[in-house]
Design a protein around this ligand. Structure first.
Ligand SMILES: Nc1ncnc2c1ncn2[C@@H]1O[C@H](COP(=O)(O)OP(=O)(O)O)[C@@H](O)[C@H]1O
Ligand SMILES: [Mg+2]
Length: 440
């Protein structure tokens, strides 16, 4: 579970105000003011006008997910291909050169991302605090690690932190020498083109506690899925036994089949579907549709009519895609969904929200979703609304505001729903006020 993310000079996330406390050389060597912090709950809705920075936030989470996949910095920002040239990772929008904020002051060539996640290390639950700073200065140089650290709330001393760079391709790192009580050992050189955390997780010289803390942290970001469901992909037949839904909805049929093998889960799924009017689905089945044994979802309606995934509506398939994501037994534990309302009828948006709310209450599952839809906001409970985050701009810079911390919210909510507030432009007015308070 991701609890908190701070973006400093990453894309549009630039701080204006200087940091309150002077930075501690060891812990935060970045000299610019600290950036923008976003907090996440089990279900977190991100609202904000176009170009406010919602997708930049997604890019930051994708960067961290790239770290967890063990990629090098240039692969994370650029792209990565497999051994036979097949694309494995799309990189971050804007690539290496547009990762750093264009107009920070003072101008810099470095961005920092800091994240807090819940982890289990050595059988013990803890909060991991991780920070990575990347230098992407000149066109001719590959991105380099400028600073990195990891610490766990259960340990007195950090798991590791880096020190100065030595030469163009190496950086010094110090990690905890002995389990629990041990202070940091002498520094050692590692590569500076790849995150230290993935190097130390495999480093034979590291004490077991250090490698296991690194792995526990990586694990907490490994199971993120950036869902971007596409009806054409959702319709495609898939092989039986595939339990992981792909980002575009790959394997929907086999994931649903696996869910339906448990009678309770199947009943729950059918109940959700029966509310998704005008369908009247009484059963689902998964006939083989080709020579090699791929299966494809079929919806059986009242009166015996069968509807294959080919002719099911886009909205129904999307709904099934989200249901497969949160009801399935796939490895993903955190979903990032852009424009949640896409293709789902406004009158049925509440169903989707209810499903996500129910599933994120179950321990460990997390959903972060951007939305523009007043209809969707109308169905937020007070708790959902408290976790929702407004992204807005002060000039060219993005800011984040947790709705729960808006002092006016409680008062106006007595007179209008969140959807009404959204469609009347209230959130934009709030953003404008917050922005004017910050502008010099
Ligand atoms: N490196 C950068 N420096 C400053 N601003 C950036 C940078 N990269 C992107 N942006 C700004 O971010 C905005 C797009 O944000 P985005 O997250 O895609 O918006 P949305 O909220 O619609 O998803 C654009 O206005 C763009 O100018
Ligand atoms: Mg966007």
């Amino acid at each position: 579970m991701i609890q908190k993310l701070t973006l400093t000079n990453f894309k549009s996330f630039v701080a204006l105000a200087p940091r309150a406390k002077p930075p501690n050389r060891i812990v935060t060597p970045l000299t610019e003011p600290e950036g923008v912090t976003v907090q996440f709950g089990g279900l977190t809705l991100i609202i904000g006008t176009n170009a406010s920075g919602k997708s930049n936030l997604r890019d930051a989470l994708r960067f961290l997910h790239g770290v967890a996949r063990g990629y090098s910095l240039v692969e994370i920002l650029g792209e990565r291909a497999g051994p036979s040239g097949e694309p494995q990772w799309e990189g971050i929008r804007g690539g290496v050169l547009e990762a750093v904020a264009r107009d920070s002051s003072p101008p810099g060539n470095r961005f920092a991302l800091a994240v807090e996640t819940r982890v289990v290390a050595g059988g013990q639950a803890a909060v991991a605090t991780y920070r990575i700073e990347v230098e992407v200065g000149e066109r001719t140089r590959i991105p380099q690690l400028a600073y990195e650290s990891l610490s766990l709330s259960s340990e007195k001393y950090p798991t590791f932190h880096t020190e100065e760079r030595t030469g163009s391709e190496q950086i010094r790192v110090r990690y905890r020498k002995r389990p629990s009580k041990g202070r940091l050992g002498p520094s050692e050189r590692i590569r500076s083109d790849q995150p230290a955390v993935t190097q130390l997780a495999e480093h034979p010289g590291c004490p077991a506690a250090v490698t296991s803390e690194c792995r526990a942290f990586l694990e907490s970001l490994a199971h993120l899925l950036f869902l971007n469901l596409e009806p054409t992909t959702l319709r495609k037949p898939s092989f039986r036994g595939q339990r992981s839904l792909g980002e575009r909805g790959e394997n929907l049929s086999s994931v649903l089949e696996a869910i339906c093998s448990d009678p309770m889960s199947k009943a729950a799924l059918l109940e959700w579907l029966s509310e998704l009017a005008p369908l009247d689905v009484t059963d689902l089945d998964f006939p083989e549709v080709d020579q090699v044994g791929r299966i494809q979802l079929r919806l059986l309606e009242h009166g015996g009519r069968a509807l294959s995934a080919e002719s099911a509506s886009d909205g129904t398939l999307r709904f099934l895609g989200y249901a497969a994501a949160v009801l399935g037994t796939g490895p993903a534990r955190c979903y990032f969904i852009e424009e949640l309302e896409n293709g789902v009828h406004p009158n049925r948006a509440y169903l989707l929200l209810e499903l996500l709310r129910l599933r994120t209450r179950a321990e460990g599952l997390q959903v972060i979703a951007t939305t523009h839809s007043p209809a969707l906001l109308d169905f937020l409970t007070d708790e959902d609304l408290a976790h929702a985050v407004l992204i807005y701009r002060v000039g060219n810079h993005s800011r984040a505001q947790r709705l729960a911390e808006l002092q006016w919210l409680e008062e106006v909510r007595k007179h209008a729903s969140a959807g009404q507030l959204h469609s009347s432009g209230w959130f934009e007015n709030v953003a404008a006020i917050l922005a004017s308070e910050e502008s010099p």
